[in-house]
Design a protein around this ligand. Structure first.
Ligand code: B12
Length: 234
Protein backbone atom coordinates (compact mmCIF):
# COMPACT_ATOMS: atom_id res chain seq x y z
CA UNK A 1 0.00 0.00 0.00
CA UNK A 2 1.04 3.61 0.42
CA UNK A 3 4.19 4.74 2.18
CA UNK A 4 1.96 6.52 4.67
CA UNK A 5 0.76 3.17 6.01
CA UNK A 6 2.96 3.37 9.10
CA UNK A 7 1.65 6.82 9.95
CA UNK A 8 -1.99 5.84 10.13
CA UNK A 9 -3.25 5.41 13.67
CA UNK A 10 -6.32 3.25 13.32
CA UNK A 11 -7.86 4.29 16.61
CA UNK A 12 -7.91 7.93 15.48
CA UNK A 13 -10.04 7.17 12.42
CA UNK A 14 -13.82 7.57 12.40
CA UNK A 15 -15.81 4.45 11.58
CA UNK A 16 -16.35 5.84 8.06
CA UNK A 17 -12.60 6.00 7.55
CA UNK A 18 -11.64 2.95 9.54
CA UNK A 19 -13.73 0.45 7.57
CA UNK A 20 -12.23 1.44 4.16
CA UNK A 21 -8.80 1.44 5.82
CA UNK A 22 -9.49 -2.11 6.98
CA UNK A 23 -10.45 -3.03 3.42
CA UNK A 24 -7.00 -1.74 2.36
CA UNK A 25 -5.27 -3.57 5.19
CA UNK A 26 -7.05 -6.80 4.35
CA UNK A 27 -6.07 -6.32 0.72
CA UNK A 28 -2.47 -5.89 1.85
CA UNK A 29 -2.63 -8.93 4.12
CA UNK A 30 -1.87 -6.97 7.28
CA UNK A 31 -3.08 -9.36 9.94
CA UNK A 32 -2.12 -7.29 12.98
CA UNK A 33 -3.85 -4.19 11.60
CA UNK A 34 -6.97 -6.22 10.89
CA UNK A 35 -6.94 -7.60 14.42
CA UNK A 36 -6.54 -4.07 15.75
CA UNK A 37 -9.35 -2.73 13.55
CA UNK A 38 -11.68 -5.48 14.69
CA UNK A 39 -10.88 -4.73 18.33
CA UNK A 40 -11.46 -1.01 17.82
CA UNK A 41 -14.85 -1.52 16.16
CA UNK A 42 -15.94 -3.90 18.90
CA UNK A 43 -14.81 -1.33 21.47
CA UNK A 44 -17.02 1.23 19.75
CA UNK A 45 -20.05 -0.96 20.25
CA UNK A 46 -20.23 -2.64 16.86
CA UNK A 47 -21.81 -6.09 17.04
CA UNK A 48 -19.49 -8.98 16.14
CA UNK A 49 -21.84 -9.76 13.26
CA UNK A 50 -21.53 -6.26 11.81
CA UNK A 51 -17.75 -6.29 12.13
CA UNK A 52 -17.69 -9.63 10.34
CA UNK A 53 -20.03 -8.76 7.50
CA UNK A 54 -19.29 -5.05 7.00
CA UNK A 55 -15.55 -4.86 7.63
CA UNK A 56 -14.16 -8.36 6.95
CA UNK A 57 -16.45 -9.90 4.35
CA UNK A 58 -16.73 -6.50 2.66
CA UNK A 59 -12.95 -6.37 2.34
CA UNK A 60 -12.67 -9.95 1.18
CA UNK A 61 -15.16 -9.25 -1.60
CA UNK A 62 -12.76 -6.68 -3.05
CA UNK A 63 -9.90 -9.18 -2.80
CA UNK A 64 -12.08 -11.78 -4.53
CA UNK A 65 -12.95 -9.44 -7.39
CA UNK A 66 -9.33 -8.50 -8.00
CA UNK A 67 -8.23 -12.13 -7.86
CA UNK A 68 -10.90 -12.92 -10.44
CA UNK A 69 -9.74 -10.07 -12.64
CA UNK A 70 -6.09 -11.10 -12.50
CA UNK A 71 -4.99 -8.08 -10.44
CA UNK A 72 -4.11 -10.15 -7.37
CA UNK A 73 -2.42 -13.56 -7.36
CA UNK A 74 -2.43 -16.57 -5.06
CA UNK A 75 0.33 -15.38 -2.64
CA UNK A 76 -1.43 -12.05 -2.07
CA UNK A 77 -4.79 -13.72 -1.62
CA UNK A 78 -3.26 -16.13 0.90
CA UNK A 79 -1.97 -13.18 2.91
CA UNK A 80 -5.40 -11.53 2.77
CA UNK A 81 -7.00 -14.80 3.88
CA UNK A 82 -4.53 -14.99 6.77
CA UNK A 83 -5.43 -11.44 7.83
CA UNK A 84 -9.12 -12.29 7.60
CA UNK A 85 -8.55 -15.34 9.80
CA UNK A 86 -6.87 -13.13 12.42
CA UNK A 87 -9.99 -10.99 12.60
CA UNK A 88 -12.29 -14.00 12.59
CA UNK A 89 -10.42 -15.57 15.50
CA UNK A 90 -11.31 -12.56 17.65
CA UNK A 91 -14.94 -12.64 16.58
CA UNK A 92 -15.50 -16.37 16.87
CA UNK A 93 -15.96 -16.63 20.66
CA UNK A 94 -18.12 -13.51 20.65
CA UNK A 95 -20.41 -14.85 17.96
CA UNK A 96 -20.69 -18.11 19.86
CA UNK A 97 -21.44 -16.34 23.12
CA UNK A 98 -25.19 -16.30 22.78
CA UNK A 99 -25.80 -18.80 25.54
CA UNK A 100 -28.53 -20.22 23.34
CA UNK A 101 -29.43 -23.85 23.90
CA UNK A 102 -27.98 -26.28 21.37
CA UNK A 103 -30.49 -26.38 18.57
CA UNK A 104 -28.78 -29.05 16.51
CA UNK A 105 -25.46 -30.44 15.44
CA UNK A 106 -23.70 -29.80 12.14
CA UNK A 107 -20.79 -31.56 10.54
CA UNK A 108 -19.20 -29.20 8.02
CA UNK A 109 -16.26 -29.50 5.68
CA UNK A 110 -14.85 -28.47 2.33
CA UNK A 111 -15.00 -31.22 -0.28
CA UNK A 112 -12.19 -33.33 -1.63
CA UNK A 113 -9.70 -31.49 -3.84
CA UNK A 114 -10.64 -28.09 -2.48
CA UNK A 115 -8.66 -26.11 0.06
CA UNK A 116 -10.86 -23.00 0.34
CA UNK A 117 -12.03 -22.68 3.91
CA UNK A 118 -12.85 -19.06 4.70
CA UNK A 119 -16.52 -19.28 3.75
CA UNK A 120 -16.91 -22.62 5.50
CA UNK A 121 -15.31 -21.22 8.64
CA UNK A 122 -17.68 -18.27 8.54
CA UNK A 123 -20.67 -20.55 8.24
CA UNK A 124 -19.40 -22.63 11.16
CA UNK A 125 -18.92 -19.54 13.30
CA UNK A 126 -22.34 -18.16 12.50
CA UNK A 127 -23.95 -21.51 13.18
CA UNK A 128 -22.22 -21.70 16.55
CA UNK A 129 -23.35 -18.16 17.24
CA UNK A 130 -26.91 -19.27 16.55
CA UNK A 131 -26.65 -22.10 19.08
CA UNK A 132 -25.71 -25.03 16.85
CA UNK A 133 -22.93 -27.39 17.79
CA UNK A 134 -20.45 -27.49 14.91
CA UNK A 135 -17.92 -30.17 14.08
CA UNK A 136 -15.51 -28.77 11.51
CA UNK A 137 -13.77 -31.37 9.37
CA UNK A 138 -11.54 -28.83 7.66
CA UNK A 139 -10.68 -29.09 3.97
CA UNK A 140 -10.28 -31.80 1.35
CA UNK A 141 -12.87 -34.23 2.72
CA UNK A 142 -13.61 -37.60 1.18
CA UNK A 143 -16.99 -39.33 1.28
CA UNK A 144 -15.72 -41.53 4.09
CA UNK A 145 -14.59 -38.57 6.15
CA UNK A 146 -18.07 -37.05 5.96
CA UNK A 147 -19.91 -40.30 6.61
CA UNK A 148 -17.70 -41.35 9.49
CA UNK A 149 -18.12 -37.99 11.19
CA UNK A 150 -21.88 -37.90 10.68
CA UNK A 151 -22.19 -41.28 12.37
CA UNK A 152 -19.66 -40.63 15.13
CA UNK A 153 -21.14 -37.24 15.99
CA UNK A 154 -24.80 -38.23 15.64
CA UNK A 155 -25.23 -35.03 13.63
CA UNK A 156 -28.44 -33.51 12.30
CA UNK A 157 -26.92 -31.51 9.48
CA UNK A 158 -24.26 -32.10 6.87
CA UNK A 159 -22.71 -28.92 5.44
CA UNK A 160 -20.48 -29.11 2.39
CA UNK A 161 -18.50 -26.27 0.88
CA UNK A 162 -16.89 -26.04 -2.56
CA UNK A 163 -15.34 -23.02 -4.25
CA UNK A 164 -14.21 -24.63 -7.47
CA UNK A 165 -16.30 -25.71 -10.42
CA UNK A 166 -14.08 -28.79 -10.54
CA UNK A 167 -14.81 -29.81 -6.94
CA UNK A 168 -18.49 -28.97 -6.62
CA UNK A 169 -19.63 -32.20 -8.37
CA UNK A 170 -18.07 -34.13 -5.47
CA UNK A 171 -21.00 -33.03 -3.34
CA UNK A 172 -23.22 -35.25 -5.46
CA UNK A 173 -20.87 -38.18 -4.85
CA UNK A 174 -21.37 -37.72 -1.11
CA UNK A 175 -25.15 -37.37 -1.39
CA UNK A 176 -25.39 -40.39 -3.71
CA UNK A 177 -23.43 -42.44 -1.20
CA UNK A 178 -25.82 -41.39 1.56
CA UNK A 179 -28.69 -42.53 -0.65
CA UNK A 180 -26.99 -45.85 -1.47
CA UNK A 181 -26.50 -46.57 2.21
CA UNK A 182 -30.09 -45.65 3.05
CA UNK A 183 -28.90 -42.72 5.19
CA UNK A 184 -30.03 -39.74 3.14
CA UNK A 185 -33.18 -39.07 5.16
CA UNK A 186 -31.22 -39.05 8.42
CA UNK A 187 -29.54 -35.75 7.64
CA UNK A 188 -30.33 -32.25 6.49
CA UNK A 189 -27.84 -31.53 3.71
CA UNK A 190 -26.87 -27.90 3.14
CA UNK A 191 -24.41 -26.87 0.46
CA UNK A 192 -22.65 -23.60 -0.32
CA UNK A 193 -19.76 -21.90 -2.04
CA UNK A 194 -19.41 -19.13 -4.59
CA UNK A 195 -19.83 -21.18 -7.81
CA UNK A 196 -22.99 -22.97 -6.62
CA UNK A 197 -26.58 -21.89 -7.06
CA UNK A 198 -30.01 -23.06 -6.10
CA UNK A 199 -30.47 -25.07 -9.26
CA UNK A 200 -27.25 -26.97 -8.61
CA UNK A 201 -28.31 -27.66 -5.03
CA UNK A 202 -31.58 -29.15 -6.26
CA UNK A 203 -29.91 -31.13 -9.04
CA UNK A 204 -27.54 -32.92 -6.68
CA UNK A 205 -30.28 -33.68 -4.14
CA UNK A 206 -29.26 -31.32 -1.33
CA UNK A 207 -31.96 -29.99 0.97
CA UNK A 208 -30.83 -26.44 0.31
CA UNK A 209 -28.20 -24.24 -1.25
CA UNK A 210 -27.32 -21.27 0.96
CA UNK A 211 -25.75 -18.22 -0.61
CA UNK A 212 -24.17 -16.97 2.61
CA UNK A 213 -23.68 -17.71 6.29
CA UNK A 214 -26.75 -15.79 7.42
CA UNK A 215 -28.96 -17.72 5.02
CA UNK A 216 -27.29 -20.94 6.20
CA UNK A 217 -28.31 -20.21 9.80
CA UNK A 218 -31.90 -19.37 8.89
CA UNK A 219 -32.20 -22.39 6.61
CA UNK A 220 -30.73 -24.73 9.23
CA UNK A 221 -33.14 -23.43 11.86
CA UNK A 222 -36.12 -23.95 9.55
CA UNK A 223 -35.12 -27.48 8.62
CA UNK A 224 -34.29 -28.53 12.19
CA UNK A 225 -37.65 -27.19 13.41
CA UNK A 226 -39.38 -29.10 10.62
CA UNK A 227 -37.46 -32.29 11.50
CA UNK A 228 -38.37 -31.98 15.17
CA UNK A 229 -42.03 -31.32 14.35
CA UNK A 230 -42.30 -34.30 12.03
CA UNK A 231 -40.51 -36.40 14.67
CA UNK A 232 -43.12 -35.35 17.24
CA UNK A 233 -45.96 -36.42 14.96
CA UNK A 234 -44.43 -39.80 14.14
C1 B12 B 1 -9.31 -16.76 -0.94
C2 B12 B 1 -9.26 -17.55 -2.22
C3 B12 B 1 -8.25 -18.51 -2.37
C4 B12 B 1 -7.26 -18.83 -1.26
C5 B12 B 1 -7.97 -19.75 -0.24
C6 B12 B 1 -7.53 -19.48 1.19
C7 B12 B 1 -8.42 -20.17 2.17
N1 B12 B 1 -7.84 -20.51 3.29
O1 B12 B 1 -9.61 -20.38 1.94
C8 B12 B 1 -6.12 -19.52 -2.07
C9 B12 B 1 -5.13 -18.49 -2.50
C10 B12 B 1 -5.41 -20.66 -1.35
C11 B12 B 1 -6.90 -20.00 -3.29
C12 B12 B 1 -6.46 -21.03 -4.09
C13 B12 B 1 -7.06 -21.37 -5.29
N2 B12 B 1 -8.09 -20.74 -5.88
CO1 B12 B 1 -9.20 -19.45 -4.95
N3 B12 B 1 -10.21 -18.02 -4.38
C14 B12 B 1 -10.21 -17.32 -3.27
C15 B12 B 1 -11.25 -16.17 -3.37
C16 B12 B 1 -10.49 -14.90 -3.76
C17 B12 B 1 -12.07 -15.86 -2.17
C18 B12 B 1 -12.84 -17.04 -1.57
C19 B12 B 1 -13.35 -16.60 -0.23
O2 B12 B 1 -12.76 -16.91 0.78
N4 B12 B 1 -14.42 -15.81 -0.24
C20 B12 B 1 -14.98 -15.21 0.96
C21 B12 B 1 -15.99 -16.17 1.59
C22 B12 B 1 -16.58 -15.47 2.81
O3 B12 B 1 -17.02 -16.41 0.65
P1 B12 B 1 -17.45 -17.88 0.18
O4 B12 B 1 -16.29 -18.79 0.23
O5 B12 B 1 -18.20 -17.78 -1.10
O6 B12 B 1 -18.42 -18.37 1.35
C23 B12 B 1 -19.71 -17.84 1.59
C24 B12 B 1 -20.82 -18.52 0.76
O7 B12 B 1 -20.37 -19.08 -0.45
C25 B12 B 1 -21.43 -19.52 1.69
N5 B12 B 1 -20.81 -20.84 1.88
C26 B12 B 1 -19.55 -21.24 1.63
N6 B12 B 1 -19.37 -22.50 2.01
C27 B12 B 1 -20.53 -22.94 2.53
C28 B12 B 1 -20.89 -24.17 3.05
C29 B12 B 1 -22.18 -24.36 3.51
C30 B12 B 1 -22.56 -25.67 4.11
C31 B12 B 1 -23.12 -23.32 3.40
C32 B12 B 1 -24.49 -23.55 3.87
C33 B12 B 1 -22.77 -22.07 2.88
C34 B12 B 1 -21.47 -21.88 2.43
O8 B12 B 1 -21.34 -18.84 2.94
C35 B12 B 1 -20.05 -18.22 3.02
C36 B12 B 1 -20.09 -17.09 3.99
O9 B12 B 1 -21.07 -16.12 3.70
C37 B12 B 1 -12.17 -16.72 -4.54
C38 B12 B 1 -12.92 -15.64 -5.33
C39 B12 B 1 -14.39 -15.61 -5.03
N7 B12 B 1 -15.02 -14.59 -5.52
O10 B12 B 1 -14.97 -16.51 -4.44
C40 B12 B 1 -11.16 -17.51 -5.37
C41 B12 B 1 -11.62 -18.65 -6.30
C42 B12 B 1 -12.67 -19.49 -5.61
N8 B12 B 1 -10.39 -19.42 -6.46
C43 B12 B 1 -10.24 -19.87 -7.65
C44 B12 B 1 -9.16 -20.66 -8.09
C45 B12 B 1 -9.12 -21.01 -9.56
C46 B12 B 1 -8.18 -21.12 -7.19
C47 B12 B 1 -6.98 -22.03 -7.51
C48 B12 B 1 -7.28 -23.20 -8.45
C49 B12 B 1 -5.89 -21.09 -8.04
C50 B12 B 1 -4.63 -21.77 -8.52
N9 B12 B 1 -4.41 -21.60 -9.79
O11 B12 B 1 -3.95 -22.43 -7.78
C51 B12 B 1 -6.57 -22.50 -6.11
C52 B12 B 1 -7.35 -23.78 -5.70
C53 B12 B 1 -6.64 -24.69 -4.80
C54 B12 B 1 -7.58 -25.80 -4.36
N10 B12 B 1 -7.27 -27.04 -4.73
O12 B12 B 1 -8.57 -25.58 -3.68
C55 B12 B 1 -11.40 -19.48 -8.57
C56 B12 B 1 -12.35 -20.63 -8.84
C57 B12 B 1 -12.80 -20.62 -10.28
C58 B12 B 1 -13.72 -21.73 -10.56
N11 B12 B 1 -14.77 -21.38 -11.30
O13 B12 B 1 -13.58 -22.84 -10.19
C59 B12 B 1 -12.01 -18.27 -7.78
C60 B12 B 1 -13.51 -18.08 -8.00
C61 B12 B 1 -11.25 -17.01 -8.26
C62 B12 B 1 -11.43 -16.73 -9.73
N12 B12 B 1 -12.43 -16.01 -10.14
O14 B12 B 1 -10.66 -17.17 -10.53
N13 B12 B 1 -8.01 -19.28 -3.47
Amino acid sequence: MSEDQDDIILSELDDDELVPQMFDDLYDGLREEIEEGVTILLGRGWTPYDVLTKALVGGMTIVGNDFRDGILFVPEVLLAANAMKGGMAILKPLLAETGAPRVGKMVIGTVKGDIHDIGKNLVGMMMEGAGFEVVDLGINNSVDAYLDALAAEDADILGMSALLTTTMPYMKVVIDTLIEKGLREDYIVLVGGAPLNEEFGKAIGADAYCRDAAVAVETAKTFVARKHNSGAQA
